[in-house]
Design a protein around this ligand. Structure first.
Ligand code: F6P
Length: 358
C-alpha cells in the first residue's frame, strides 16, 4: 500500500504533527509507504517530485509549525485558474490530470489535510473514485462536524498573549488598544482570545456591529475610572448594513480580509478623547510551534487517518466529537461552523459586560 499525503490551503500549526503521526502509524503498524505531495494540489498538477516520507524523515516534526510539504492556497484541480496577459482569468477543469498523476505515482490512498475548500475538492475527488480520507485543518475553527480543528489552540494562545501585552502598555498610556485578529468569516479566534484576554469589546462577523454601542461601552469604562480599554476585532467583522473590508492583493484571484481594525480604531479616535492604537496580528497567528493541545489533536487525527485507510473507509473525514475520534462523511463535514449569536458563549460574554457592538 502506498499512501499519498497532501496539505492544502493555508498552513496551520499542527500540520507537521499530522504528517509525522500518519507516517509513524503507516510504518510502525501497517508497513505502508508514504509519499508527500509538495505544494498542495498545485504541486500535484505541476507534477512536482513527491517527498518520500519515512520515520527518519519525520523525526522531530511534532514541534515544527508550518508544513514540510508546502501548501498552496489556490490550485483546485476542478478549477485551475490562470491569469491571461489581458488580465482575464481562465478557469479549467484539470481533475482528470490530477487523478492521472495520482495513478502515475502509484498512490493507493490519499490523505488530504485542509479546510472547507479542500474538503469540497476531496469530496469531488472521492466521487470520481479516488480513495481519499480527509483531516480537518484551520486556525479559524470554522468547520462543522469536528468540535475543534488543530491550529486553533495555537492561534488563540498567540492572540491572547498579544492582548496580555497590549493591556500592560494600554494601562501605562491610558489608551484604547484595538487588536485585529484572523478567522475569515468566523469569530472564533476573536471571541475566545477576547474573553481570555479580558477584552471590553469583541466584534465578530456573526454579529454585525454598530458604532454607538462600542463608543458607549468605552465611555462607560472611562467613566468608571479605568483609563484603558481593549477592543478585539475579527478581520471578517463588519458594520451593520455595511460591507466586509478587504486588502489589495497582487493576485486578482484572491480576496484578503483586513482593514476593519483600523476603521474601528479611527472612529474611536475621532469620536472619543481616548488615544487609540491599532495592532493587526496577522500571520503571527498561523506561525510558530503548535501548542501541546494542537500537537495532541493533530497526532490523533494523523494516526486515525491511517486507521481509516486500513479499514478502507473512503470519503471520510476524521473528527473530534466530545473526547472521541470519529469518522464522518466528507460531504457532511464541509459546512461552516459559525458562532451562534444567541448561544451560551455570546450570552456569557455579554453577562461579563463585553460589548459586541449592538
Ligand atoms: O484560513 C486561515 C487564514 O489564516 C484566515 O484566518 C485568513 O483570512 C487567511 O487564512 C489569510 O490567508 P493568506 O495567508 O493567504 O493571507
Amino acid at each position: 500500500m502506498r499512501i499519498g499525503i497532501i496539505t492544502s490551503g493555508g498552513d496551520a500549526p499542527g500540520l507537521n504533527a499530522v504528517i509525522r503521526a500518519a507516517v509513524l502509524t503507516a510504518h510502525e503498524k501497517y508497513g505502508y509507504e508514504v509519499l508527500g505531495i509538495r505544494q498542495g494540489f498545485d504541486g500535484l498538477l505541476n507534477r512536482l517530485d513527491p517527498m518520500i516520507l519515512t520515520p527518519e524523515s519525520v523525526e522531530g516534526l511534532h514541534l515544527r509549525g508550518g508544513t514540510i510539504l508546502g501548501a498552496a492556497n489556490r490550485g483546485s484541480p476542478f478549477a485551475r485558474t490562470q491569469v491571461l496577459p489581458s488580465g482575464e482569468i481562465e478557469v479549467q477543469d484539470a481533475s482528470h490530470e490530477a487523478t492521472a498523476r495520482l495513478r502515475e505515482l502509484g498512490i493507493d490512498a490519499l490523505i488530504v489535510a485542509g479546510g472547507d475548500g479542500t474538503l469540497r475538492i476531496s469530496e469531488k475527488l472521492h466521487d470520481m473514485g479516488v480513495p481519499i480520507v480527509a483531516v480537518p485543518k484551520t486556525i479559524d475553527n470554522d468547520l462543522s462536524e469536528t468540535d475543534v480543528t488543530f491550529g486553533f489552540d495555537t492561534a488563540i494562545q498567540t492572540a491572547t498573549e498579544a492582548l496580555d501585552k497590549l493591556q500592560t502598555t494600554a494601562e501605562s498610556h491610558h489608551r484604547v488598544m484595538v487588536l485585529e485578529v484572523m478567522g475569515r468569516d468566523s469569530g472564533w479566534i476573536a471571541l475566545v482570545s477576547g474573553v481570555a484576554g479580558g477584552a471590553d469589546v469583541i466584534l465578530i462577523p456573526e454579529i454585525p456591529f454598530q458604532l454607538d454601542p462600542i463608543l458607549a461601552k468605552i465611555s462607560r469604562v472611562n467613566a468608571r475610572g479605568r483609563r484603558y480599554s481593549l477592543v478585539v476585532v475579527a478581520e471578517g467583522a463588519f458594520i451593520s448594513l455595511g460591507e466586509k473590508q478587504y486588502l489589495a492583493d497582487s493576485d486578482p484571484r484572491r480576496e484578503r480580509l483586513g482593514g476593519i481594525g483600523n476603521f474601528v480604531g479611527n472612529v474611536i479616535a475621532e469620536r472619543l478623547e481616548n488615544e487609540v492604537r491599532v495592532t493587526v496580528l496577522g500571520h503571527l497567528q498561523r506561525g510558530g510551534q503548535p501548542t501541546p493541545r494542537d500537537r495532541w489533536l493533530a497526532t490523533r487525527f494523523g494516526s486515525m487517518a491511517i486507521q481509516l485507510i486500513a479499514r478502507q473507509e473512503w470519503g471520510m473525514m476524521v473528527a473530534l466529537q466530545g473526547t472521541n475520534m470519529v469518522a464522518v462523511p466528507i460531504g457532511q463535514a464541509n459546512k461552516s461552523n459559525f458562532i451562534d449569536p444567541n448561544g451560551e458563549m455570546v450570552h456569557m460574554a455579554r453577562d461579563l459586560g463585553i460589548s459586541f457592538g449592538v
